[in-house]
Design a protein around this ligand. Structure first.
Ligand code: SF4
Ligand code: SF4
Length: 419
């Protein structure tokens, strides 16, 4: 079966794409501070990685935040959103954002002093390690924050999250979170969720069950980042790294894999495979109406600003917090904002062309969800670990289809509830 006839790959991005995405922005996220009150062993800004190493002790200056807010409000006041209504999340990220609460209060005060652009509303969001929750919970509740608390499971599973003296932060985070739940049960029920990082000290389902039993919520569980690990830290990384696949495919977890199947990595990849094999799925109405194949861009990289605008503590503009600072899309300084939509489109077009040298012969294209910012040597000679020749791809597809044949309940769930 030729899987590729239905797709027409495009390598040039128009500058209207980032422009429109900014007009319709879903999330503006501030890296409030590079300070942190923890020294988590697997921290993406820590000793294991070469990615984004900032000097400790920097707080974002209010004037930089004000400049991007003014720029965006001006854009939004002069361009209506493409939807009946757009909820834009204003996110606060760190380091640990609660270490710079005066900045957060000032930014929120400033946003609330401005007239709200038409058909738009704002919701505040924060990812926190929970250490200072006891001090600031009243304010977070008053402003109806959407809170994501980092808790890796029980005390042992959480034990890579240590303070500067090497002590496990579990007790503090647990007590603070319980206090929040007790004092503000309604807020806790609607506005709080958890993220856990999976390491060799935890197991996906033990983590989920522990947090559910104690807080009545299932957390998302994420692996530690495999990209940007320093060569000299590879052994340490391998010691800590725990692939979620090993938990999802472990027969002893059968009871849970069924229960959580819809959020499993396998479910997502099965969904992608069925979508692309069916020949009946279209990524947009334009693709549906097109006489020839659907027009798509290579890789699974999101378009610039389609998911968010992340502003680093130093004023660099990134498409998200997971991306190396060298891929900055613009800059905010105390003098103003520099976002050049043509330059951004040119940059993405160049990346598409570079990676196409691999993708054009890769059989995994139709089901690819790879972000090109995680591909080594993107700007020179890209190397993609997901590349599959025909034989590898056939084996991959067969193993997935066999899995569905052996698990008809999952196939039915996908066909009836997801498509
Ligand atoms: S990791 Fe890549 S695809 Fe995902 S949000 Fe960031 S830029 Fe987009
Ligand atoms: S897996 Fe890698 S090489 Fe294959 S299509 Fe995706 S980005 Fe391209």
């Amino acid at each position: 079966m030729d899987l590729y006839k239905s797709y027409k790959y495009v390598l040039n991005l128009s500058d209207t794409v980032p422009y429109k995405a900014l007009v319709n922005l879903r999330q503006l996220v501030f890296e409030v501070t590079s300070n942190c009150n923890l020294r988590c062993k697997y921290c993406g800004y820590g000793e294991l990685y070469n990615t984004r190493r900032f000097s400790k002790g920097e707080n974002m200056s209010f004037i930089i935040a004000k400049n991007i807010i003014d720029y965006l409000f001006n854009l939004w006041n002069n361009n209506e959103v493409d939807y009946d209504h757009r909820q834009t999340f204003i996110g606060f990220y760190g380091g640990e954002p609660l270490l710079n609460i005066p900045f957060i209060k000032k930014v929120i005060g400033y946003i609330e002093s401005l007239p709200v652009p038409k058909r738009r509303s704002f919701t505040y969001a924060m990812t926190t390690n929970g250490i200072l929750l006891n001090r600031y919970m009243d304010y977070l509740v008053e402003k109806k924050f959407v809170l994501l608390i980092s808790l890796d499971g029980d005390k042992y599973a959480h034990s890579y999250r240590i303070d500067s003296r090497g002590n496990n932060s579990f007790d503090k985070v647990f007590v603070n979170t319980k206090q929040l739940q007790k004092k503000y049960p309604d807020f806790f029920a609607t506005n709080v969720s958890f993220n856990a990082v999976l390491t060799d000290r935890g197991d996906t389902f033990n983590i989920k069950n522990f947090i559910y039993e104690n807080f009545g919520k299932y957390p998302t569980v994420s692996e530690i980042n495999e990209s940007g690990v320093l060569e000299k830290q590879k052994d340490k990384f391998n010691e800590i790294f725990h692939s979620s696949d090993t938990d999802w495919t472990n027969p002893k977890n059968k009871e849970y894999t069924g229960k959580f199947i819809e959020i499993s990595p396998q479910f997502r990849s099965l969904y992608n495979i069925l979508m692309s094999l069916s020949g009946n799925s279209f990524r947009s109405y334009n693709s549906l109406m097109a006489k020839e194949g659907a027009t798509v861009y290579p890789t699974g990289t999101c378009f610039p600003f389609d998911r968010k605008l992340f502003l680093t503590v130093g004023g660099d503009i990134l498409p998200c917090e997971r991306i190396n600072q060298k891929f900055s899309l613009g800059k905010v300084t105390e003098q103003g904002v520099n976002i050049d939509f043509k330059a951004i489109a040119k940059k993405y077009s160049l990346y598409y062309r570079k990676i196409w040298s691999l993708c054009k012969t890769c059989y995994a294209k139709p089901v690819c969800s790879q972000c090109f910012f995680y591909v080594d040597n993107l700007e020179t000679k890209p190397v993609c670990l997901g590349y599959k020749n025909k034989e590898e791809y056939d084996m991959y597809i067969h193993s997935r289809l066999n899995y569905l044949a052996e698990n008809p309940d999952i196939y039915l769930k996908l066909m009836r509830e997801t498509f």
